[in-house]
Design a protein around this ligand. Structure first.
Ligand SMILES: Nc1ncnc2c1ncn2[C@@H]1O[C@H](COP(=O)(O)OP(=O)(O)OP(=O)(O)O)[C@@H](O)[C@H]1O
Ligand SMILES: [Mg+2]
Length: 267
């Protein structure tokens, strides 16, 4: 019997995506981007640019925010994602760590972690055990606090838990919404290391960050969103050298002062 060819690892394709909240508010217009298998892609942009909206559309949580995809499409491999079905996204291997952590404050660390595998149907105790061990290897601090209420953890520990909970679903694509927000530099550094390790273990990452320095140091490719549209795209190292990114997102002096100096991108 001939051996079957290895299954191709999927990539995320967002194609000309339009998203609207309610009847009127257009949050994304014709946004296209790709996250290749095993890649790290960063999404930068000011407050309100539409970064979280894009992650919600991919993870199927858009409807929970009364948003809808009104144009374009999202594919993860052969699976069409429609912005309305988080369980379908998780089953396809796409898992989001939401903005602001959103751990279940009244549940213990362990209960929070276990909730991360839900939606995958019945999971074997062995799989759950392996998932917890993987999380504790990344975040030993969580292992010491399994029975503590999540609401009593520090901000950094809650971010660890939010990432750990997502890892319990064994994602192939992890969507991270501002993991560094509000954390001290040492913790930001640790989170960056963990993202790098998770990626090295084969999980692709779509990383939304206000901390452009961190995001561009982790990413292969990056996009800048401005009021719902992709304004700049390119290899992370090249974007980090453009005047607009240096000035607006890395806080550097560049000698120019108009965002339009950035032109149409470097890719
Ligand atoms: N549930 C909602 N209902 C209506 N409008 C919304 C909703 N969520 C977001 N918006 C609007 O959509 C636009 C994009 O918001 P989004 O949260 O995606 O931005 P963001 O880039 O993630 O910003 P931030 O950096 O502040 O998190 C904004 O104008 C915002 O006010
Ligand atoms: Mg956001």
């Amino acid at each position: 019997m001939p051996a079957s060819p290895p299954a191709e690892e999927p990539a995320l394709h967002v194609e000309e995506l339009d998203v609207t909240y309610g009847r009127a508010l257009s949050a994304l217009r014709s946004v296209s981007l790709t996250v290749p298998h095993g890649g790290v892609v960063a999404l930068l942009g000011a407050n309100g640019a539409g970064k979280s909206t894009l992650l919600r559309a991919v993870s199927g949580t858009l409807r929970l925010h009364r948003g809808a995809i009104t144009g374009g499409r999202i594919r993860y491999g052969d699976t069409a994602l429609d912005g309305r079905d988080p369980v379908a996204a998780v089953r396809a291997g796409v898992v989001q760590v939401p903005e602001g952590r959103r751990v279940f404050a009244g549940l213990t660390v362990d209960e929070n972690l276990r909730s991360g595998g839900l939606g995958l149907g019945r999971r074997s105790p062995a799989l759950v055990r392996a998932g917890r061990e993987r999380v504790f290897a990344f975040f030993p601090r969580l292992a010491e606090r399994t029975h503590q209420a999540a609401g009593l953890l520090s901000g950094g520990e809650q971010q660890m838990l939010a990432i750990g909970r997502a890892l319990m679903a064994a994602p192939r694509l992890l969507l991270l919404d501002e993991p560094s927000l509000g954390l001290a530099p040492l913790m930001v550094h640790r989170i960056a290391e963990v993202v790098r390790e998770i990626n090295a273990q084969g999980t692709a990452v779509l990383l939304v960050e206000q901390n452009a320095g961190m995001a561009l140091s982790l990413a292969d490719h990056a996009h800048v969103l401005e009021v719902g549209e992709v304004r700049l795209s390119g290899p992370a190292g090249e974007l980090a050298r453009t005047d607009a990114v240096r000035r607006l997102y890395l806080g550097e002096e560049t000698g120019t002062d108009r965002p339009s100096d950035a032109g149409q991108g470097v890719a």
